[in-house]
Structure formats: structure tokens, C-alpha cells
Design a protein around this ligand. Sequence first.
Ligand SMILES: [Zn+2]
Length: 293
Amino acid sequence: MFLLWFTVTVVLTVIYSTIFHSIFGSPKYQALSRQLSDLKLHFTLANRELDLTMDLINDLKMSDEVRYRPILAMESLPESFRNPGFGGIDRFRDLNGYPSSSIMRTTRTRIEEMKNMLEVQQASFRSITEKEAEWSRMYSYLPLICPVSVKIRLGEGVKYREVHPVLGTSQWHHGQDFSAPYGTEVYATGNGRVIEAGWNNGGFGNYVVIDHGYGYQTTYAHLSGIKVSKGMEVKRGDLIALTGNSGISTGPHLHYQIDLYGRHQNPLHFFNDDLTEDEYFEMISLLTSGRKI
Ligand SMILES: [Zn+2]
């Protein structure tokens, strides 16, 4: 009798516990399943952090594309270069076959993408910094200021002159004339090397030519005095000559000419002549004191 009772109890216990476990799972299963949902939660939170990080990366990308590259005349980087993707290669095969494969793969893929984007961004900023250094060097060489302080210009830059006032023939005028009292100081308009300093038989009289590199040359003509000699290096704002009336000229004036690869440029496009005479001399003294402006 006791044996029967015992057997029935054991059998019932086994049946109950099997039913209970099949509905609620074993304690070990419950612990694992809690861990799994914890992990899923952590992955979800980590992905939210990745969203924020991606926003930061995109901010950097925008500054790069919208602010820096256009200023430095650099081409924008194509999206396919910034974020090439992985083109069908399953790099995370090892994450297949798990209950959370999908979120693990998404997370790994995003981290990998961000790593790539940051590497491209870092390289891009490096090239921007190099370009900036090159530009600031180039900027100091370009003829960007007015060669004299005087405001009175004769005519408006490069233009067709019907009849030359002295020669009586019609010819092109290739620069900008400034009416300036005899002996007015003339300054180098950008860094460079003096390639001509002396007499010109073509009508320029005493003249100076500076080679600024990057294809630019400037010519200063009809001078009364020359303060530099051929081969000298000059800086923007250096005194190079005094205005005069030498060569074919009807009165004291400075002929100023800018050529880019031998083609005449309109000097008026190269400088901001809104300065007063005082401001101009302040700029010249800042330039010659070695400060960069
Ligand atoms: Zn002229």
C-alpha cells in the first residue's frame, strides 16, 4: 500500500513538474532568457548612442563639405568615397544563427561604417590643412593691394584706348593708370622676385617687373626712381620705386599692370580700394613690420 502511494506521488510530481517547466521554463532557462533580454536592451541603447555618434560624424562631414572645401576651392568628396559600404560581402558571417543575429550584425556593421567614415574624415581634414597652408603662402604672393596710396585713377583698368595721348595711334591699354604726384612711393603688391628693374625702350621708361609665381607678374612703369634691382626678393608692401613721367607719358603717373601667364588682367579686380590714405599707409606699415594681413 505504501509502495503504491509512493509511486503515485513520484509519478504525479514528475508530471506536474514537466507541465510546469514546459509552461514557465526551467529556472536555468528563465535566467538565460532574462540575460538575453538584458543584452537586447543593451544593444538597443548602444544603437541609440551610435545614432548620436553618427550625427556628430555627419556634422563634421557637413563642415568639411560646406565650409572648408568651397573656401579652398577643393572638390567635394563623393559619397561613395566617404561611405563605400561593404558591397555584398558578408563580413559578419560569424554572427549568423543566433537568436539576436540581426541586432548584433546591424551594430557591428554600423560601427564598421563609422570607423571608415572617420578615417576618411581624418584624411580629408589633413588634406584641407595642407591646402590651407598652400593657400596662405600663395595669398602672400598674389598682387592683392594697390601699388600707390593715391585714389585718382585714370580710366578703368584694362580697356581699349582709341588714341594714345602721345603716339597719336590707337592701341590697347593693358593696365591701370594712377595719377600720382612726381616722386610718390610705389609698393610691391605681393611677394615675389624682381625680374626687370631699369629702362624700357618700349615706352614704359623706368620700370620694374615682379614675378610673383603662380603665373603672376606685375609691371610698374613711367617711374622716376627705382629702389630695387634685378633678382631681389620683395615682400608685399616693400617700397620698390617712385612715380615719374619717364618713357612715353603725358604727365606724372604710374602705369600698373598685372599679367597672369602673359595675359593682361584688370588690376581693379585685384584690390579693395575702399581704403582712405591713412588706412592705406597703416596697411603698408603693418605689412612691412612683418605682420600678416
Ligand atoms: Zn598705362
